[in-house]
Design a protein around this ligand. Sequence first.
Ligand SMILES: NC(=O)c1ccc[n+]([C@@H]2O[C@H](COP(=O)([O-])OP(=O)(O)OC[C@H]3O[C@@H](n4cnc5c(N)ncnc54)[C@H](O)[C@@H]3O)[C@@H](O)[C@H]2O)c1
Length: 320
Amino acid sequence: MYNIGVIDKINNKGIELLKNNNKFTFELITDISKKNLLKKLPFFDGITLRRGKINYELLKNCKRLKVISRHGVGYDNVDIKYIKENNIKLLVTNNSTSTSPAEHIMYMIISIYKGCNKFDSIVREGNFHKAIYVDMNENFELFKKKILILGFGRIGKKLIKKCLGFDLKVFVYDPYVSETVINSYGGIKVSNLEEGLKKADILSLSVPLNEETYNLISLKEMKIMKKNSIIINASRGGIINEDDLNFALNSKIIFFAGIDVFKKEPPDQNNPLLSNNRVLLSPHAATFTKECLENMSIETVQNLIDFFEKKINKSKIVSL
Ligand SMILES: NC(=O)c1ccc[n+]([C@@H]2O[C@H](COP(=O)([O-])OP(=O)(O)OC[C@H]3O[C@@H](n4cnc5c(N)ncnc54)[C@H](O)[C@@H]3O)[C@@H](O)[C@H]2O)c1
């Protein structure tokens, strides 16, 4: 019998899988404070992990722990060095976690380009008939605009199809993906970031957060971009420098941003991006659809079960 900790709330469909499998006992842990996790984690053979930071201080007491099954694909909340040294496996939901994020990126691009929030307020405030006098120079067509997709993994590959459907010209910067692969999806590879930034009307990030990508987009990069360009970040906070972004928006160095993720989550109420009306915000919600959350919870738990039943697909295990 394996004892599983379900760390943080997940959709019930995944929990049902555990309930119906007599090889497992499990506990739902909704208090993800360090104090509670320090107390609870040592009793588990495996955990599912949504939010919650699993650092050295917690892990060093977890002598039973063999596997962490992430509800998601990013794993910047886990001490990778420790789990690698101690042969704790890390699993990700690589099947279910890209469609909704790619759609969320499109939603942000379209909302910004079409001035959705502005139109919504105009109607609500009783100004319907005055709309024709509003300056529409900040509403744009997507037709023939250029997007730079930064990171051509699962999300990038889903996103490109949607972009091509809107007749966007797609450039891709990902040093780890070949030109042949990018061309086969209808994209154009750029081999240095600066070249891509110069071309882009829209920059969308779909890279993991790591030492290489931390502050990848700072003021220097924004200054290379066009003045009417927009940046969408639905990957991880910390990849864009938030202070620089706020400055660039206020100084009209770039035009607008769509931000789903923050360096610190939840962001402080005095984070200047929260009061900047050149930013469209969402609360790390790129996966927040019925389908995605159901599928992610099922995949998270199924990965864990498959691991203990020794039939886990290798593609689910992160090679550290
Ligand atoms: N907002 C959300 O709710 C949400 C949901 C899903 C994923 N994410 C984030 O999005 C990220 C991407 O997801 P994915 O499933 O596409 O991951 P993935 O691992 O499939 O793809 C990441 C791609 O980034 C590329 N890359 C790595 N370093 C790079 C660099 N310095 N420059 C350019 N490209 C680089 C890799 O080669 C890879 O192709 C995840 O790591 C996660 O942090 C966020």
